[in-house]
Ligand binder design. Structure first.
Ligand code: EZ4
Ligand code: CO
Length: 402
């Protein structure tokens, strides 16, 4: 069996997606996601100029060998561009193998460990009361877990505040939008939001919050401690994690569970965090961390330390990543939760998929493979549009972490 072609498809049905379609000499094809939000074309070039030529003629059944070939063979290891390109190939090959086996991917991975994948949705509002109402709407839709983000008094354009009720898209302009950040105002406000949410909705809903890399370790420790009475499911990305040791300081000050890793590429980004038990949830996902082959390795390592998965699932992860993650989540023994930001109808139309939402859970469906396809004719009707993520500055103009 041979790979005969690998095609990179760029489409913008409301937002940009990069998709790899691998065709075999037996008629079976597989689909992988290679989207890197705000830096899409760098992965297109990496794939077209440096990966696709190496794939032609290779046996698509040798998933592990091809993964190692692309990882070790580049000599230049890791990084978001390389690892997304590898992920796209890996996911397309798992899709091919599962289709050949006539199995949904979760069966090939080892079978179902659960009946459904608990997801959390994104509730946000311009101010505290709007956010409280938004959380209520998610509860009405059946969600068991909800991430709450709110505008902060005195901060214009705080992270996580969308323009619609169900869709939130931060990559919003042809050049980066400039936002302003004020840690003191945020630290003063955030506990009030969760106090009010517990007052209104009681102890049952799982509540999550994303700090989006804005705090120092000691500030994060203070926030975690202040949030303890409100029983958060997790506090996410409380501080940047290039220095994994930084999380020890947060850990020493709070029992609020910690999640991190949506920007991690490999197991090396979280090795110390996991083996020192500095986190509770690892947020790495399929497209970000080298595909099924590598994410499985991370999850198995995390299981040794009772760290559970919490795959990133924002709208910049295409339906291909969402579908694949749902098969992974259905199988992985140490599953925690799955993020689920709904794609727009335009996006869903370009990527027909077998997964579905019911009563707070997503189900991967039983189609052979990962169950997600691409309508190439429709994709061609949505040409690429440059879109950047915002940047953040402190009130005195200093660059900060967005
Ligand atoms: O800002 O995926 O938890 N989710 C997030 C996301 C990220 C985007 C960046 O592309 O932090 O909303
Ligand atoms: Co996040």
């Amino acid at each position: 069996m041979k790979i005969v072609s690998a095609k990179v498809i760029v489409t913008c049905p409301g937002r940009n997606f990069v998709t790899l379609k691998i065709q075999t000499d037996q008629g079976v094809y597989g689909i992988g996601d290679a989207t890197l939000n705000g830096r899409e074309l760098s992965v297109v070039s990496y794939l077209e100029d440096h990966v696709v030529p190496c794939l032609i003629g290779k046996d698509p059944r040798r998933i592990e060998d091809i993964w190692q070939y692309l990882y070790r063979g580049a000599y230049w290891r890791r990084g978001p561009v390389t690892m997304r390109a590898i992920a796209a190939v890996d996911v397309a090959l798992w899709d091919i193998k599962a289709k050949m086996a006539g199995m949904p991917l979760y069966d090939l991975l080892g079978g179902k460990s659960r009946d459904g994948v608990m997801v959390y949705g994104h509730a946000n509002g311009a101010d505290l009361e709007e956010t409280v109402d938004a959380v209520g709407r998610y509860i009405d839709l059946g969600y068991k877990a909800i991430r709450a983000q709110s505008g902060v008094p005195g901060i214009e354009m705080a992270y996580g505040v969308g323009r619609g009720t169900l869709h939130y898209e931060p990559a919003d302009a042809a050049l980066p939008t400039e936002t302003v950040w004020d840690t003191r105002k945020y630290l003063n406000f955030a506990p009030k939001l969760f106090e009010r949410l517990r007052e209104v909705y009681g102890p049952e809903p799982r509540l999550l919050h994303d700090v989006h890399h804005r705090l120092t370790p000691i500030e994060a420790g203070r926030l975690g401690k202040a949030l303890e009475p409100f029983d958060l499911f997790w506090m996410e990305d409380a501080t940047p994690a290039e220095n994994q040791e930084a999380f020890r300081l947060i850990r020493q000050h709070t029992t609020t569970p910690l999640a991190v890793g949506e920007i991690f590429n490999t197991i090396w980004d979280c090795k110390d965090l996991i083996q020192n038990q500095l986190i509770d949830y690892i947020r790495a996902t399929i497209v970000g961390a080298g595909g099924v082959t590598h994410l499985r390795r991370i999850a198995d390592f995390a299981a040794l330390y009772q760290v559970r998965t919490g795959c990133h699932g924002a709208t910049d992860l295409s339906p291909v990543t969402m579908g694949t993650a749902l098969h992974f989540d259905t199988w992985v023994p140490n599953f925690g939760i799955q993020e689920y930001m709904r794609h727009t109808e335009e996006t869903d139309a370009v990527f027909p998929h077998a997964y579905s939402f019911a009563d707070g859970f997503l189900h991967p469906g039983d189609a052979p493979g990962h169950g997600v396809d691409i309508d190439e004719d429709l994709a061609a009707k949505h040409p690429y549009k440059p879109a950047y993520l915002p940047v953040a500055r402190l009130t005195d103009g200093t660059m900060w972490n967005w």
